[in-house]
Design a protein around this ligand. Structure first.
Ligand code: NAD
Length: 484
């Protein structure tokens, strides 16, 4: 195996592990690259104890001192960019430029965290003569972050810098499919000067997640993954009276109008449906073609043909994922949809055991088909044809999800109308992947997110802190006595 057996990282050290393990398979070529612990509740208990022990000292530092660690961490992310990207590629299967983009977004989030002293400052006001009210933010204590396979570095970094700069201590439970990046993040945080116990990694599956949701020392749980598990985690953490924010799956609609710029729309839609092999919660999954847009569809297929597995298209995560995606395509074809570009049975020379699906474009998909309703999570675009903007919007509204929606048009009025009416948390106008950049926050609506805050940006400050309200009177002579 290329890497030694992975261990949990608790209290600044890797911990010897003797329990059961899973093989970690590189989806690029199907090879086993290491093993990952399938930890139990005891590991969560140890990590929670370490984090609880570290909390008083870490949280009592001035925020600017905590931020200093993350200035150094940002530098280390930059310095180790290529190595981090290679690791992401190896365990996840995405292309090297997509892996670099993931590290770049981690750097952007870290830069934002370094500026939190400005945003997290409290408020003070003299509310009546001689009486002051003050609001200050306090960290929650020990918090947990549970993350999915599709962004081994970026999604953990959505939570780590913000939560820690704000004074919390964390347990990260990464996806068992891509566990290597998490330990590398832990090493870089230590090198940046993070005190032991402030950040811990516990590897495993369902049992670790359940132990996190149940652990009395853990105050808050953030989760990013499928809607099915997001619901389970939200309900379990909340039933244990924890703060919870759980981001789920997606089915993103791109509404394309006949007046859209042809070249720009075709290349944006093709890039959105195929980037990271379609395994992005912001990926275009359905293109709602409004009216006569055949000229754009033709160009879109030409753009999609330029996306070549093994070159500018990475693999999907597993053999099971490849089979699931191909089954969706086959089922849609049987139900009468027309395959314009078929990515099934794709083989990459020299990587015959890798899990590749080629770019796939399917026309005449009906809203009631399974491929139109469910998250496919592969490089597959369904084209759903309709005649009016309002019908296109009702197709978008028919989705249970609500992560992102985009409109492609040159008409500002229609763009505004669709932006206002679409039922999604993140909207794009002439943008295929409308990810908000810092300090704007990331989070969807409907079944794409459970909980009140967003996971990044200013909104995350609300999630990772609690408010203390202090009322002060230092003037015994004051005649104002209604607050005495
Ligand atoms: P997943 O839900 O299978 O796994 C996510 C995490 O939950 C992993 O750490 C996993 O070990 C754990 N887990 C899995 N089953 C569990 C169970 N029954 N009980 C408790 N924990 C469990 O998700 P995934 O396949 O790793 O990631 C892909 C999904 O994540 C897609 O649906 C994608 O849309 C979604 N996603 C959403 C966002 C967003 O911002 N909304 C971002 C990235 C990914």
């Amino acid at each position: 195996m290329k890497y030694p057996a992975l261990k949990n990282y608790i209290d600044g050290k890797t911990i010897d592990y003797a329990g059961s393990t899973l093989e970690v398979i590189s989806p690029l070529d199907g090879s086993v690259i290491c093993t990952v612990p399938v930890s139990g509740a005891d590991a969560v208990d140890k990590a929670a104890a370490a984090a609880k022990k570290a909390f008083p000292q870490w949280s009592s530092l001035p925020i600017r001192d905590r931020a200093q660690v993350f200035y150094r961490y940002k530098y280390l992310l930059e310095k180790n960019m290529n190595e981090l990207a290679e690791l992401i590629q190896e365990e996840n299967g995405k292309t090297i430029s997509e892996s670099i983009a993931e590290v770049e977004k981690s750097i952007e989030v870290t830069e934002f965290a370094c500026s939190l002293a400005q945003i997290a400052a409290g408020e003070i006001l003299e509310v009546s003569k001689g009486v002051e009210c003050r609001i200050e933010r306090y960290p929650l204590g020990v918090v947990a972050s549970i993350t999915p396979f599709n962004f081994p570095t970026m999604v953990p970094n959505w939570t780590i810098p913000n939560a820690l700069v704000l004074g919390n201590c964390m347990i990260l439970k990464p996806s068992e499919l891509v566990p290597l990046s998490a330990n590398r993040i832990a090493e870089l945080l230590k090198e940046a000067g993070l005190p032991d116990g402030v950040f811990n990694v516990v590897h495993g599956t369902k049992e670790v997640v359940e132990a996190i949701c149940d652990h009395p020392a853990i105050e808050a749980v953030s989760f990013v993954g499928s809607t099915k598990v997001a619901k389970i985690v939200y309900a379990r953490a909340a039933s244990n009276l924890k703060r919870a924010l759980t981001l789920g799956g997606a089915k993103n609609h791109l509404l394309v109008l006949p007046d859209a710029n042809v070249g720009m729309t075709a290349s944006n839609v093709a890039a959105s449906m195929s980037g990271c092999a379609g395994q992005r919660c912001m990926a275009a999954s359905a293109m709602v073609a409004v009216g006569s847009v055949d000229h754009i569809i033709k160009e879109l297929v030409e753009e999609a043909k330029k996306i070549v597995p093994g070159k500018n298209l990475g693999s999907v995560i597993s053999k099971e994922a490849k089979e699931r995606i191909e089954n969706y395509i086959t089922e849609a074809e049987k139900e009468g949809a027309r395959i314009l570009l078929d990515g099934r049975n794709c083989k990459v020379e020299g990587k015959e055991n890798g899990f590749y699906v080629g770019p796939t474009v399917i026309d005449f998909v009906k809203p009631e088909m399974r491929i139109a309703k469910e998250e496919v999570f592969g490089p597959v675009l369904s084209i759903i044809r309709t005649d009016t903007v309002d019908n296109a919007l009702s197709i978008q509204h028919g989705s249970l999800y609500g992560n992102a929606a985009s409109v492609f048009t040159q008409n500002g009025g229609i763009a505004k109308y669709i932006s206002e009416k679409a039922s999604a948390g993140m909207i794009g106008v002439n943008i295929g992947v409308p990810v908000p950049r810092e300090p704007f926050s990331f989070g969807g609506w409907n079944d794409s997110k459970f909980g009140t805050c967003d996971i990044t940006g200013k909104s995350s400050v609300e999630f990772w802190t609690k408010l203390k309200k202090t009322t002060v009177k230092w003037n015994p002579e004051s005649q104002i006595n209604w607050m005495s």
